[in-house]
Each structure stands twice: as C-alpha cells, then as structure tokens.
Design a protein around this ligand. Structure first.
Ligand code: SF4
Length: 151
C-alpha cells in the first residue's frame, strides 16, 4: 500500500504545542487507500510537549517569549524530507496554519491571531523537493479523486 506522510496531530497524537491534537474525521477513510506515516516536525526537531507557541516572522521562527527557535523547525523539516526520501513518499497531508506544517496559510508572526498566505518550514521544504503537499482541509477532495480513479 502506498505510504503518505501525515501530521501526527491529525491522527490524534497529542503533539501540539498545548498538548492537544487535531484528529481528522477522515483518518479511517484515508487508511483504505494509504499507509499513514505520522510525523511531528516540531517534536522530532527537538521541541517539547507542551511548548510555547511559535510563529514565522520575516522568515525566522520566533516563540511567544521572543526567542528565535528556527533551528528546531529547520531540523524537523529536514528530518521530514529525509523520511519521505527513505520511504519514497510523494504525498503529504499536513495541518494548516502551523509554522511547520501550514500548507496555504500561517499566522502573521506577531501573535495577533491573524492568518496570512504562506506555508510552514516543513511544508515549504517538501514542496521544494517535489512532494505534493495538501492540507487537512483538502482531504475530502483527495478522497473524491481516489474514488473516481477506482470507478
Ligand atoms: S508541528 Fe505539525 S504535526 Fe506537530 S503539532 Fe504542529 S501541526 Fe501537528
């Protein structure tokens, strides 16, 4: 079965900055088509659970206390890419709005709860390396595509 990378919080792993998860209601359906490989770039990059919220400000990742934490986010992104290469993964489903996983939108970098167009460090690196990256909001469209292919 084809393997895909997925943000670990989307399968229910409690890896979010606040110790929570973002379980997607589509996980069981996705498992009919794919072997899911859950991965959290921030935890794998060396950050703890829970951890301070971080946002991307002018290309650097800054936490709520103003400390730069870019190196952890970069390491997580590189590890995600290595894993995709190792497992021949060409599709990733990542959690929208995150400074690591955000696919189309991220927060503006000033902790104002304001979204702007952009993508997280992991999402960007995977896209730059030819991996198709979708957000969890695009899972229904992907499932439609797969159903049509199987007719
Ligand atoms: S870094 Fe990605 S996988 Fe980890 S908690 Fe944030 S959105 Fe989920």
């Amino acid at each position: 079965m084809k393997k895909i990378l997925i943000s670990a919080c989307l399968v229910g792993d409690k890896v979010r900055y606040d110790g929570g998860h973002n379980l997607s209601p589509y996980i069981n359906e996705l498992m009919n088509y794919f072997e899911l490989v859950p991965f959290c770039p921030e935890v794998e990059g060396g950050l703890k659970i829970p951890r301070l919220r971080s946002e991307i400000r002018y290309g650097r990742v800054i936490n709520e206390k103003g400390k730069e934490v870019t190196k952890y986010f970069k390491k997580g992104a590189e590890l995600a890419l290595n894993l995709c290469k190792y497992l021949h993964i060409d599709l990733a489903i990542l959690k929208e709005n995150s400074p690591s996983c955000g696919v189309h939108y991220i927060y503006n970098g000033f902790f104002e709860n304001h979204l702007i167009k952009g993508s997280g460090l992991t999402s960007t690196l995977l896209k730059q390396n030819g991996i198709r990256v979708l957000s969890q909001n695009e899972i229904p469209l992907l499932l439609e595509e797969l159903k049509k292919e199987n007719i």
